[in-house]
Design a protein around this ligand. Sequence first.
Ligand SMILES: [Zn+2]
Length: 110
Amino acid sequence: MICDICNSTTDEKRGTRISSAKFQELLNKGFGIDETNIEIITAGGHISRDEAIEMIKQQYAASSSAWLLCPECAAKAKQTEKAAKKASGTGCLLLLLLAPLAGIAYYFIA
Ligand SMILES: [Zn+2]
């Protein structure tokens, strides 16, 4: 069996299956576009890197079957999820810190 992301060989035992919905979620967080696939598409020289990424995203979005990930890609997927969680956590904290400051600023301006 072949990893759906990086095309390396894996099997049912070592690989991880994720639903297409889950994969879309990860895709939106920046996971799933393998450098090799970008290189294949841009190799002809007619398509820019951004266009290639867009093409891959569209192709992936059309798929509704489960995805098989090799251990390496599964680890990357986990990292992507962790990073996204961390980022949103930091955002909330920043907002909490900034809200009183904004209130003080408003007090002085008004
Ligand atoms: Zn892989």
